[in-house]
Design a protein around this ligand. Structure first.
Ligand code: ATP
Ligand code: IPE
Length: 298
């Protein structure tokens, strides 16, 4: 049976999140996208399909903070500044998305951008009902049926309550898993190997990678207790904690055997997990979210 894998290229992997509108170093971006192209070929060869979602990183978070775009403009009388900011962030996001799809196209991946702003209008950001994502899912399905790779991204979208808001790529993934039962794995590619007991960039020693989060398990609460104000870069969509929340939801709400994995760009483990490889390396370094106690097939 044909399965769909959704891969999220996190803003931390494709951009320099400490800067403004700066891509990740050329060699890193190249290594990541080479790997995505290989994953696409392997999945296609096995009769499976790939959807890509990318984050915004330095092309979205600092701009969203500066113009207060997550809470939107509904309560603001003079919207001149908000409108200017909204036009600005959309233009930054288009630059990022265009670079990603053109790099993929150069690697023979038939990638087609799908900007969420064109497919949905949210209703109070993350509270938006799944039905509002039907048009997005239908278009993604159509592209997949033709052999394309849909490329969605975290976006600044119109919101029926707030005026506008910031829709995270993680929520897009979650909503696609609700609407497309063929989705069996969601992979979050970022710049660290997974979830640690505490931020590995703040505390490199006495730290530990959490390899398995059984959904509903107490382990995830430990991270939730971590202070958000320790974030070293602007992230209006919740950073690693947001990812944990949505990964947990997608696994827990799935009627099928769906797993979610957080791993680091460029590693062999990342390629294995993106391509649904039957057996992972025994020492594979990543965080896997599953509903049952099995740590996949290790
Ligand atoms: P997203 O789209 O979900 O935001 P992203 O790839 O941009 O994806 P970040 O949100 O920046 O990723 O999250 C990754 C960062 O989270 C890492 O660079 C790391 O420094 C930080 N981080 C904070 N707490 C932890 C933790 N407990 N374990 C691992 N990383 C953590
Ligand atoms: C953020 O999307 C979208 C904007 C800030 C416009 P994500 O939450 O998916 O992006 P990253 O991965 O954290 O950069």
């Amino acid at each position: 049976m044909s399965k769909i894998v959704i891969v999220k290229l996190g803003g931390a992997a494709i951009t320099n999140k400490k800067s403004i509108c700066e891509f990740a170093p050329e060699s890193e971006l190249s290594a990541l996208l080479d790997q995505v192209a290989i994953a696409y070929e392997i999945l296609k060869g096995a009769g499976h399909q790939l959807i890509l979602v990318h984050g915004a990183g330095s092309f979205g978070h600092p701009q969203a903070v500066k113009y207060n775009l997550k809470s939107g403009w509904s309560s603001i009388r003079d919207r001149t500044y908000s409108l200017k900011g909204y036009a600005h962030i959309r233009s930054c996001l288009q630059i990022l998305s265009q670079r990603i799809v053109s790099e993929l196209e150069r690697r023979d991946v038939p990638a087609l951008t799908m900007s969420p702003i064109d497919y949905t209008e949210t209703i109070n950001c993350e509270e938006t009902p799944t039905g509002e994502f039907l048009a997005m899912a239908a278009r993604a399905t159509r592209y997949l049926s033709l052999g394309f790779v849909p490329v969605l991204h975290g976006d600044a979208v119109l919101d029926q309550i707030r005026g506008c808001t910031i829709l995270s790529g993680d929520i897009i993934m979650y909503q696609l898993t609700r609407l497309l039962p063929e989705v069996r794995r969601c992979v979050f590619i970022t710049d660290v190997c997974g979830i640690y007991k505490c931020d590995p960039k703040v505390n490199a020693e006495n730290n530990e990678l959490i390899q398995h989060i059984k959904v509903g398990n107490i382990v995830e609460e430990e991270l939730t207790n971590q202070q958000n104000d320790k974030m070293t870069v602007a992230d209006v969509t919740g950073g690693m904690q947001g990812k944990v929340k949505w990964a947990k939801r997608m696994v827990s709400h799935s009627q099928h055997s769906l797993d979610a994995v957080i791993c680091r760009w460029g590693t062999d483990d990342a390629l294995d997990i993106m391509t649904l490889k039957a057996k992972l390396a025994p020492n594979a370094r990543m965080t896997i979210f599953t509903k049952d106690s099995n740590l996949l097939n290790r």
